[in-house]
Write a protein that binds this ligand. Structure first.
Ligand code: NI
Length: 185
């Protein structure tokens, strides 16, 4: 018989779950339990076939997200110091702080917490990030392309912001019924 796991349940939360609208708290303890949560998040992201997942999306209101962006998209990034613990494609961002560069441009985005919904979101093309890895070690990164998109999308989750808040007007209209359906489920 095994002892009960100290790790809270890590499962995908779908809009309009309240946790998706909360401002998440910074992380100040880099424990084995935190790293177990992160490992579970990677499992959930793999099952759902996502390329990014933020802690609030699994019911945990902490400033943490993970990415598994395809390598060809990562090569478009202008990395200054890649997180030392990151395996190829897989990255962990804790307490990220972003600085943006360039005029906003549209790109199609989806979100695991908003099934059936995709639409154009306006964001600046370049992002400069400072964050901590799962051991509390700081790193910096400058990203463009899909990697920049994902970093901005996941950081929005930490502030309770979703793509439906930032979509262009035509995309809002296109998704109106799907959003209402999720709200009424
Ligand atoms: Ni999302």
């Amino acid at each position: 018989m095994s002892s009960p796991s100290p790790v809270p349940p890590v499962q995908l939360h779908i809009y309009p779950a309240k946790v998706l609208r909360q401002k998440a708290k910074p992380i100040d303890k880099f424990t084995d339990e935190l790293r177990q949560v992160i490992a579970r998040m990677f499992e959930v992201m793999d099952v759902e076939e996502g390329i990014g997942l933020a802690a609030p999306q699994v019911g945990i209101s902490l400033r943490l997200f993970i990415l598994d962006v395809p390598e060809n998209a990562k090569r478009g990034s202008l990395a200054t110091s890649i997180p030392p613990s990151a395996s190829p494609g897989r990255m962990v961002f804790i307490n990220p702080v972003l600085r943006f560069e360039g005029p906003v441009e549209p790109m199609d985005e989806g979100c695991l917490s908003l099934p059936e919904i995709t639409g154009e979101v306006l964001r600046p093309p370049i992002v400069h990030v400072t964050a901590l890895d799962e051991f509390g070690k700081p790193f910096t990164l400058t990203a463009g392309g899909l990697l920049s998109r994902c970093i901005q999308h996941e950081t929005d989750h930490l502030d309770g912001v979703l793509i439906i808040d930032k979509m262009t007007q035509p995309s809002r209209v296109k998704n109106r019924i799907a959003v209402k359906k999720l709200e009424n489920d």
